[in-house]
Design a protein around this ligand. Structure first.
Ligand code: ATP
Length: 311
């Protein structure tokens, strides 16, 4: 029996297999790289780990393979104090993996095999139902079957649990209920662009796209804008509000969006009456720390690394 948790994430786990090479190989070609490393990734797990590192009691609902990568990932959750009561292992597919090649110019080629992530089903969601219904915040993305994400949002909503939905990776024909079941619908520029069919290249554009998304039924919309922070809109105050962030020298922005999402979930769970603009301002500052070092989860700050005024 899992103890009560603040933030439940229903989502993905991926093992990143990263090779650094002078250039990207051509079809049929074998080349030598200069470095290889394995990292923990997957949008769901990244967001969960960031929320946990800020001090939220978190639980992950996900599926990994009955393989070395899956067992290793479960240990990673434990190392980050994430509850693993709802992490299941299957022999039917391998743990999700992203094979990544990065060349010296920083360009990459990536193959993602979602594997076990796509086998997370209603049965596993049912097992997590009571923990989910007692949580403060549910966080979902689209790296698992979309009907499972939607079902999780519905269960949370029925239990008055706040829902944060991150439509990533974006799909053009997103079911309209995703908007209606989202207390916060949070996407980046390219996702906003794909979902609205309008160009999003500025703060102004993000405000327009945000308004269009808001009209589809969410209680609030956040569009993240990389070094420009984010734009926040609420059904109760649909005027787009730009929340800038501090200027930093980015080293590696991979996973910044997930750091932002995890931080947002933490603030929603711990400071439910804080204005959304302030939660977003603080999430900007957490994500800004993550872009200043290499890696995805390896770059995510812990509470102890951050200024006291963020808590
Ligand atoms: P990624 O795909 O790299 O994980 P994303 O495209 O989903 O990220 P972004 O909008 O690029 O999301 O970034 C999310 C948040 O991270 C931003 O709202 C901002 O707070 C922070 N951030 C990203 N890049 C920078 C940067 N260069 N400087 C400061 N903050 C940044």
């Amino acid at each position: 029996m899992a103890e009560e948790v603040d933030v439940v994430v229903v989502g993905s786990c991926m093992t990143d297999l990263v090779s650094q090479t002078p250039r990207l190989p051509k079809a049929g070609e074998t080349i030598h790289g200069h470095k290889f490393f394995i990292g923990f990734g997957g949008k769901g797990a990244n967001q969960c780990v960031q929320a946990a590192r800020l001090g939220a009691k978190t639980a992950m609902v996900c599926k990994v393979g009955k393989d070395f990568f899956g067992s290793n990932y479960i240990q990673n959750f434990k190392d980050n104090a994430v509850c693993t009561a709802f992490v299941t292992q299957t022999a039917e597919a391998m743990t999700g993996a992203a094979s990544i090649i990065v060349n010296d110019a920083g360009e990459n080629a990536i193959v993602i095999v979602a594997g076990a992530n796509m086998l997370l089903g209603e049965e596993e969601l049912e097992q997590a139902r009571s923990a989910l219904a007692k949580a403060k915040v549910l966080l979902c993305q689209l790296e698992i079957s979309s009907h499972i994400s939607l079902q999780a949002l519905r269960i949370a909503r029925q239990s008055n649990v706040k829902t944060i939905f991150n439509p990533a990776p974006a799909i053009p024909d997103l079911h309209t209920d995703f908007y209606r079941e989202s207390d916060i619908f949070c996407c980046n520029e390219s996702e906003a662009e794909l979902l609205t069919g309008t160009r999003v290249a500025s703060v102004n554009d993000a405000g327009h796209a945000g308004l269009e998304l808001l009209k589809r039924g969410c209680a609030a919309v956040i569009v993240t804008l990389g070094p420009q922070g984010c734009v926040v809109l609420q059904a109760s105050n649909p005027n787009p509000k730009h929340i800038p962030t501090t200027k930093v020298t980015p080293v590696d922005t991979t996973g910044a969006g997930d750091s932002f999402m995890g931080a947002l979930a933490f603030y929603m769970a711990h400071y439910p009456s804080m204005p959304l603009e302030e939660m977003s301002r603080r999430a900007n500052l957490v994500a800004a720390v993550s872009v200043q070092s290499i890696g995805t989860q390896t770059s995510y700050p812990f509470k102890k690394d951050l200024a006291a005024e963020l808590f």
